[in-house]
Ligand binder design. Structure first.
Ligand code: FES
Ligand code: FE2
Length: 450
């Protein structure tokens, strides 16, 4: 097995295949920076990765700087109204064209170093003192003198994904069974549209990106890791003599094992999946916000469809490589790997266009309670992710276990479903996809690298 210290040591396909067994993974997948670099090429350099939402760039000239794996990119709306994804690099001397964050470029980009300018789609516009290029090979029409676009960009209901591979399967095929989560999130608006609102939470985690994906469907950790917030919420409810939704959500993590065993976990190709909702839909239907929300949906879609939309009760969805949309509370936790032991989580919140404002307030409430840096809940997870990172650096063992309910998962169209909600099916599924990507098998499916 290649050393976890061997940052430059190349891996053969045989060595990569040996890192993932049916029931366990070698700890170096979390700790070896050489593997991290390979992930940037073979997963992030190839798969469809969520870049941002169209509502973040509503007008021509609006842009947001973000990342696809280890690549700085710009999401920008051009004058023709189309959304583009460009590498954040000026072709002159390589300066980042825009700083981090979102902004407005005006009618064109102007590099802050020597003032080359570019159309909003990245094409070369002008360079100062043009005569200086006479007699050289400088050709403003040549792509080498424009800002390079990321190879493929597709949007599904305003959610913009990009792939650095020139050819491969389309976004819809890639998303497979989890596209319904994006649809349900949008369908919860009476006009079928959402917009990013309320700023963005950021949480920097000192752990590998894959640990976060594993945790998203790790039902066994909830009552253990979150015990302190469950106890605190129960005490508070007792003092109040009531259980408002805020506390109900925190107490939810403390459900007994039989509750988690009864949940359903779905796992699809490419490491995607979703988990059945954990909040009692009956309780939701009794709360006034849900009732008001249902009323506007009923008016827009009719009773049966409104029931179907709000009845889809999902907890975290996983879009492997991109992050985790949450349909019921309208958020997208975007997972950006920074280094083998550094991961940035950006939490986007969505307003359902046309829905009562109280629904968005509930979105804010959920994010504050569960996901914000100041949350009583998230801090527990972040601590455990860091402990996994640290523990896996020790000589105390080489393998991590994914044995729970192995062999009991059932096949369904396009994927697998757990027979028990505490199954480690999602993690096994993610690592099988990881192995396929890292061996180049999904590269062939997703990209034609030639
Ligand atoms: S680096 Fe951009 S104009 Fe020189
Ligand atoms: Fe958790």
């Amino acid at each position: 097995m290649p050393s976890s210290k061997g940052a430059c040591m190349p891996y053969t396909n045989e060595q990569i295949a040996a890192l993932v067994r049916a029931d366990s993974v070698h700890k170096s997948v979390y700790t070896d920076s050489a593997l991290f670099q390979l992930e940037m090429e073979r997963i992030y350099g190839c798969a469809w990765i969520y870049v941002g939402h169209e509502s973040q760039v509503p007008n021509a000239g609006d842009f947001c700087a973000t990342r696809i794996g280890d690549q700085d990119v710009i999401l920008v709306r051009a004058t023709d109204g189309k959304v583009h994804v460009l590498y954040n690099r000026c072709p002159h001397r390589g300066a980042k064209l825009v700083a981090d964050g979102c902004g407005h470029a005006g009618k064109f980009f102007r590099c802050p170093y020597h003032a080359w300018t570019f159309q909003l789609d990245g094409s070369h516009l002008a360079a100062p003192l043009k005569a200086a290029f006479e007699g050289s090979c400088f050709d403003p029409q040549h792509p080498d003198f424009s800002v390079r676009p990321v190879a493929r960009v597709e949007s599904h209901r305003g959610f913009v994904f990009a792939s650095q591979a020139a050819q491969g399967i389309g976004l819809k095929s890639f998303l497979g069974g989890v596209i319904s989560s994006i649809d349900n999130l949008c369908d919860r608006s009476p006009v079928g549209e959402v917009e990013v609102a309320g700023g963005m939470f950021r949480v920097l985690q000192t752990s590998n990106w894959k640990v976060f994906y594993e945790n998203l469907h790790d039902t066994m950790h909830a009552p253990v890791t979150h015990e302190s917030s469950v106890v605190a919420a129960r005490e508070q409810a007792q003092k109040m003599g009531a259980m408002p939704l805020e506390l109900h959500i925190m107490v939810g993590n403390g459900e007994p094992y039989r509750f988690w065993e009864n949940l359903e976990l779905c796992a699809y190709a490419h490491g995607h999946g979703y988990m059945e909702g954990i909040f009692d839909p009956g309780a939701a239907s009794r709360d006034p916000v849900t009732r008001a929300h249902f009323a506007v949906l009923e008016q827009a879609y009719g009773h049966a469809r409104a029931s179907e939309i709000l009845g889809m009760n999902r907890h975290n969805t996983i879009i492997y490589g991109s992050g985790s949309p949450h349909t019921v509370f309208q958020q997208f936790r975007v997972i950006r790997p920074l280094a083998v032991d550094r991961t940035m989580i950006e939490i986007q919140l969505f307003r359902l266009k046309g829905a009562p404002e109280a629904v968005f307030k509930r979105t804010l409430m959920y994010a504050n309670i569960i996901n914000a840096p100041s949350s009583n809940v998230m801090a527990d997870d972040v601590e455990l992710y860091a402990r996994c990172q640290q523990g896996n650096l020790s000589r105390g063992g080489d393998w991590t276990s994914l044995h729970r309910h192995l062999g009991t998962d059932r096949a369904v169209p396009g994927g697998m479903v757990s027979s028990n909600g505490t199954s480690e099916l999602p993690m096994r599924n993610q690592f099988q996809a990881w192995k396929q990507y890292m061996l180049g098998h999904l590269v062939e499916e997703n990209c034609d690298a030639a």
